[in-house]
Design a protein around this ligand. Sequence first.
Ligand code: M6R
Length: 365
Amino acid sequence: DKANYRHFMAKEIHEQPEVVGQTLARYVDVAAERIALPFKLPFDFNEIQRISITACGTASYAGYVGKYWLEQLARVPVELDVASEFRYREAPLRKGDLAIFISQSGETADTLAALRYAKAQGVHTVSVVNVPTSTIARESETVLQTLAGPEIGVASTKAFTCQLMVLASLAVAAGKSRGELSDQDETRLAHSLVEIPRLMAAALATELQIEKLAREIAKSRDVLYLGRGTSFPLALEGALKLKEISYIHAEAYAAGELKHGPIALIDESMPVVVIAPYDRVFEKTVSNMQEVAARGGNLILLTDAEGAAEATVDSLVTIVLPDMAAIFAPMVYAIPVQLLAYHTAVVMGTDVDQPRNLAKSVTVE
Ligand code: M6R
């Protein structure tokens, strides 16, 4: 049931601090601030030369963030594909390497076919699924369950942030096994993960501001989302979310790509949502914002207090998120991104939980 919410999607957005906290507790020893996977993995991360991550839609964007984390924390090369491409491109996989599949439902046809392909190549398979009885879960060597609980809204929200929590924990575990992270690093990173549910709850406090902003966004024909680093896949997720429930056309680009084409679109009628926690690429993103501002684009900046103080560009709206370890920002910044899509859809009067033409689980290709 929807509790006191108007839509399942709203309920599911608000549930995130709790369910991400439950997922955290499955993979992290919260008291000791150490990664503690619930069982021993059937492979050694030191033997893995390459990881492939495969998923569809929102789950693929979680995978994209996971790629950045695994590469940064465990120094292992990661390839990311959408399942519909992976299953037919005959990717050469090395026996004994690792393939990760991400799926809320565990029934997505393309992801399942990709899993079967990978198994036939003799790689280890890990699936990050929300439904433990699903086909993908049953057919994978290892299941890392997300504890999001049933997700009813067609637009994925809480499954996404729980997938991120699992991938973050796995990336720290991999970094530790491979000797890339010290005990101290592990504690520092685990501590940052433990903070996430509280930070997500704080991020929900931006809702009123976002509701107001949504009335402006609802007037737009197109919206552009920009981000660098892990904020880039989150930009992709923001654009997908807005498209699927408000039917407003949205696109996402890595901020550095702006000059390579999309800048031609910028004018006064184009809102540009910039996702930019104050991290090591922040200054680079600010220069992209200046390019947008110079062409009359309306900037909506999602950042933290330091970013808001340092951004030397006028934005239409700045949404200030709590200070946090920038590496895990996508879990917290997902909240305003989801809320913006949700409230825009509510203004547009669309069927938020059952958007046209979409199914919750895509079991045919
Ligand atoms: O159940 P899955 O996670 O495998 O589903 C994958 C996609 O179909 C799903 O994420 C889809 O993109 C959602 N509608 C996004 O909100």
